[in-house]
Write a protein that binds this ligand. Structure first.
Ligand SMILES: Nc1ncnc2c1ncn2[C@@H]1O[C@H](C[S@+](CC[C@H]([NH3+])C(=O)[O-])CC(=O)[O-])[C@@H](O)[C@H]1O
Ligand SMILES: O=C(O)C(=O)Cc1ccccc1
Length: 241
């Protein structure tokens, strides 16, 4: 696995982008930067086992290199599913396409390079938005979730994972400190941590847990539950009855 040292040298900070240099080191970057990432990915397989239904579509919105789809496929390979993976980074999509073609050659699979705000969602039994809603402009998040709800079959599920902020400023600062300590223990220097933080500032805008829960309800989901937390990263499941 290629090591992420993108922010190792002192540099003029520009907005973070999912370009070729990020896509090349992405498995290492996300594993060392998102606490619990591997656990969340493998538990998506458990959700797929329960919710992904024959003759339906399973969406991976903001798929990057397709890790979520691979985990879901591992638990459902004998079912008649169509996997639809979408990302607006060409660098990610081309690597995702070849990786998934290699690992799940027999499956019905579309890997699309497009903005998920413009994607069509239909006949979905399971939709995963793993650490991606936070990159959309805050004003467009509700309409995406409404579209997901509308395109989902009754009995379907949405899995949403995000970095969050906390209303209580004391807790917020503590969670960020714990998170930065985790990054340090994964080998990132203070310079890497602070330069990446600055690069993400205008690009990744986290909400609070309450904002997510309220928005899911506004989108139509009658039930939503938190099922995972590791520092300031959480996963929710929302169900369409
Ligand atoms: N508007 C958009 N439309 C489509 N894609 C987008 C958009 N905005 C951002 N992206 C894409 O969302 C992905 C976010 S990474 C997801 C990890 C993956 N889910 C994983 O489980 O491994 C999370 C992270 O890097 O923290 C990137 O590939 C972007 O190109
Ligand atoms: O590194 C961070 O600060 C994060 O919030 C996680 C992350 C992981 C990969 C790309 C962008 C952000």
């Amino acid at each position: 696995m290629k090591q992420d040292n993108i922010f190792a040298n002192n540099q003029k900070v520009v907005d973070f982008a999912f370009d070729d240099s990020v896509a090349d080191v992405f498995p290492d970057m996300i594993r060392r930067s998102v606490p619990g990432y591997e656990t969340v990915i493998s538990l998506l397989g458990v959700y797929a086992g329960q919710y992904a239904k024959d003759n339906s579509n399973v969406y991976d919105l903001g798929c990057s290199l397709g890790a979520a789809t691979l985990a879901m496929h591992r638990q459902t390979s004998s079912r008649k599913l169509k996997h639809i993976c979408i990302d607006n980074s060409e660098a990610m999509v081309k690597r995702c396409q070849s990786r998934l073609a290699r690992h799940m050659p027999e499956s019905d699979l579309d890997v699309l390079c497009e903005d998920i705000e413009k994607s069509e969602i239909s006949n979905a039994s399971l939709v995963v938005i793993n650490f991606t809603l936070q990159f959309l402009s805050p004003e467009s998040r509700l309409s995406l979730l409404k579209k997901v709800y509308e395109g989902m079959l009754p009995g379907g599920a949405l899995i949403l994972s995000e970095k969050i902020i906390f209303d209580n400023e004391e807790e917020n600062q503590q969670q960020i400190e714990w998170y930065h300590n985790m990054k340090r223990s994964n080998g990132y220097s203070d310079l890497e941590i602070s330069q990446k933080r600055a690069a993400l500032e205008n690009v990744m805008i986290p909400d609070t847990l309450e904002q997510h829960q309220t928005r899911l309800q506004e989108a139509g989901f009658s039930q939503s539950y938190q099922w995972f937390q590791s520092f300031n990263f959480i996963s929710l499941v929302a169900l369409k009855s």
